[in-house]
Design a binder for this molecule. Sequence first.
Ligand code: 4AD
Ligand code: MG
Length: 462
Amino acid sequence: TAAVKSKLGNLTPLRSKRVRVSGWVHRLRDQNKIIFIVLRDGTGYLQCVLSGKVAQTYDALTLTLESTVELVGTLQPVPEGKTAPGGHELVVDYWRVLGASPGGEDAFTNRLNEKSDPSILADLRHLVIRGETASAVLKLRAALLSSFRQSLVSRDLVEVTPPCMVQTQVEGGATLFKFDYYGQPAFLTQSSQLYLETCLPSLGDVFCVQESFRAENSHTRRHLSEYTHLEAELAFITFDDLMSHIEGIICSTVDRLLADPSTAALIKQLNPNFTAPARPFRRLSYVDAIAWLNEHGIQHEAEDAEGNVIRDEAGSAKMVDHQVGDDIAEAAERRMTDILGTPVFLYGFPAELKAFYMKKIPGTSADGGPVCTESCDLLMPGVGEIVGGSMRIADMEELLVAYKREGIDPAPYYWFTDQRKYGTCEHGGYGLGVERFLAWLANRFTVRECSLYPRWPGRATP
Ligand code: 4AD
Ligand code: MG
């Protein structure tokens, strides 16, 4: 009978049938003249057994890891007491090599040694992604994006695809990548927020999943120069609505992943102790967070007027308590989430620390404190900030003042300003770093593991 051609992920209904499969030799073992291949094709893994004549050919005796092969045989349940991926194995009666992978010096395993230093592994990212962990992260990433989209669409948000080449900044001029655009200066987008805001009168609530770019000279576990930014914007909402929406999207996205057996298995593989976060998420105002840090003895590095860290003669940084008005730096933020152990919304940041477009909370400076904004960061244990959001300035005059304070020339922002001129509304939105979210979900040490080909200062290869 003719063999059925199948991908490895769809084999279960084909038990005891003759099947034809193709893939890469993921593992290879020779035991008493029987050759065991674990085949990989991206959709799954399959143990294939070559014995007798088919195991005694020149190709069989010289087969190498990562060669591509085609195999035909009968799919059988694995014998009692043995295990194999999917619970079945292919008893091969015909096979051939499609593309041999080199042996010797240039063998795959020689190039890709677990002990390789990180910069070599970064150069070899195209080979690293063949591994079980890296490919599981990328599969989970795909499922995550799809789940996010379903959560957003089910709440009637419409997906749009704003441009990546822009002539306006969103999150401060210091982190813009500039380039020459037909003789004019232009930037790679830092955030699609301003464009999303313009879609509200046209499409209603909107979202996008788009690359954002940050020229930040940060070599941290959570900074990339290019990252996938999931952003949404909602009209006629309150600040409380915004935080509830963010919480709802995250929880329904995670619940959907856990309800699907194949993605639940990926999460289990990567992050065995993962449990869905409980709702509602804790909310802590910025001012209370500063007090909390001081109560817990979490200090930050003192800086001089130029922003340089003050060090003693031995070179250690001088540590000081937090004060209202201070930025909560990455290290303090991480320690805070590690102690709390749950997601936490920090909200109400001083306007001074935040972007120009954020809505201010009236009366916040009346007691001598800073002018605070209707802004929130969602922090996750192990990662810190994964979402940044806020209500936006709805009033045109107030926006013009905000441009001025930030030193922004309003001319290129005319279309953003018009949003307030032609029927303004209370609105707000957020941006979620997909790699940071995935680092939390899959318990990865760094966001670099959560991007297909990560970019950071000095790295744009492969
Ligand atoms: O906090 P950010 O800068 O906020 C904005 O860009 C808003 N305009 C978004 C909006 O309201 N539509 O960035 C949002 C999120 C952060 O919380 C973080 O998860 C991620 O984007 N992010 C980065 N991820 C990786 N590498 C970087 N360099 C990142 N910068 C921000
Ligand atoms: Mg932020």
